[in-house]
Design a binder for this molecule. Structure first.
Ligand SMILES: *[C@@H]1O[C@H](CO)[C@@H](O)[C@H](O)[C@H]1NC(C)=O
Ligand SMILES: *[C@@H]1O[C@H](CO)[C@@H](O)[C@H](O)[C@H]1NC(C)=O
Ligand SMILES: *[C@@H]1O[C@H](CO)[C@@H](O)[C@H](O)[C@H]1NC(C)=O
Ligand SMILES: *[C@@H]1O[C@H](CO)[C@@H](O)[C@H](O)[C@H]1NC(C)=O
Length: 302
């Protein structure tokens, strides 16, 4: 890149000095808390919410202002990409992939695209304030179509998803509140130590040697995990702010995800053909009959 000519540099420097001088005095007199520091990108590729008014805790609206620990951060190589995030999640057996009657596929987190309704919110310090989770992804037991329905009934693992994409800290990282849950029959209570266990299970699956593979696209992923904790993390979260009073060890797992092979991209660039979502009448028929079955089962449970 050519460097600016000296005269431009001098003018810029002069301007900068003038602006600094104009700003320095009032801000020194005003409270230092009003100074806005530019957020610092953490080595893992996310901004610490607590550096800009956020917290490592969700807000569960039906729980007296308590919440769940944000205990994992997923950073995709290349930034935010919801479909890629969901595809990676499938590679560790979370979430579903459903075909509609036209055979067009989409990623959904919960049983047949339903939602349990109790959305939580979080402030990631990205300038958006409290924002609802964008999704909740449930364990699918290796079955991308119906598996998450088993999780709802039998309990298991799930995580809530909060992307850090606001204007003041647009890292594109996905913050997760992961937990292990008891079955519906026990009101989906979190198991003792369920937050740390939920986080550890996500890490364990994501970091298996040889990487992970999406059953839908055959994309392969390599995920590395590091721990973050200490000042700026759970220092301002006390156990009685945590849902169900369940303690956490205060560790945030930072997962850095790379795509190691991508047959979908390879195919679509070489031939321009549709590689995903070719109509599968059988699957559509199965989905319809399963939906009836699920409704029936829910009616029995109610
Ligand atoms: C956020 O979630 C709550 C609880 O599910 C819901 O009542 C509210 O309408 C949601 N807010 C937005 C902006 O979607
Ligand atoms: C994924 O791999 C399987 C087994 O090799 C193959 O049958 C399937 O067509 C592939 N799917 C995609 C989308 O490439
Ligand atoms: C990260 O923290 C978890 C939970 O405390 C611990 O089990 C694991 O050994 C830690 N990993 C590293 C690399 O320190
Ligand atoms: C967070 O905790 C630290 C260390 O205990 C404390 O110095 C700081 O004032 C707390 N911040 C808030 C917003 O409570």
């Amino acid at each position: 890149m050519p460097s600016p000519r000296p005269s431009t540099t001098r003018r810029l420097l002069g301007l900068t000095l003038a602006v600094s001088a104009a700003l320095a005095l009032p801000s020194a007199i005003a409270s230092p808390f009003h100074q806005k520091r530019a957020p610092v990108l953490e080595p893992g590729g996310y901004y610490n919410p607590t550096s800009n008014g956020g917290k490592w805790l969700t807000l569960a609206r039906n729980a007296d202002g308590k919440g769940e620990p944000l205990n994992a951060v997923v950073v995709l190589d290349g930034g935010a990409n919801d479909d890629l995030f969901d595809d990676w999640s499938l590679s560790i057996n979370f979430g579903s992939y459903l075909l509609d009657s036209q055979g067009v596929g989409s990623y959904v987190g919960e049983c047949l695209g339903q939602s349990d309704g109790a959305r939580q919110a979080a402030n990631l310090g990205d300038g958006q304030g409290m924002r609802n989770q964008t999704d909740i992804l449930r364990e699918n037991f290796g079955d991308v179509t119906y598996g998450t329905c088993r999780e709802s009934a039998e309990g298991g693992e799930h995580f809530r998803v909060f992307p850090q994409v606001g204007p003041e800290a647009d890292s594109g990282a996905y913050f997760l509140a992961a937990s292990s849950e008891e079955p519906l029959s026990q009101n989906h209570m979190i198991v003792p130590n369920g937050y740390d266990l939920g986080r550890d299970e996500v890490v364990r699956r994501a970091t298996v040697s040889g990487g992970t593979k999406s059953p839908v696209t055959n994309r392969t992923f390599e995920t590395t995990a590091t721990n973050a904790s200490g000042p700026g993390y759970f220092a301002n979260v006390s156990i009685d702010e945590i849902n169900h009073g369940i303690a956490t060890d205060g560790v945030v797992a930072v997962l850095n995800v790379k795509v190691t092979s991508d047959p979908v991209a390879a195919k679509s660039t070489s031939a321009g053909i549709r590689t995903l979502g070719s109509p599968s009448p059988l699957l559509v028929a199965q989905s319809a009959s399963f939906a009836l079955f699920a409704l029936f089962a829910l009616a029995l449970l109610a």
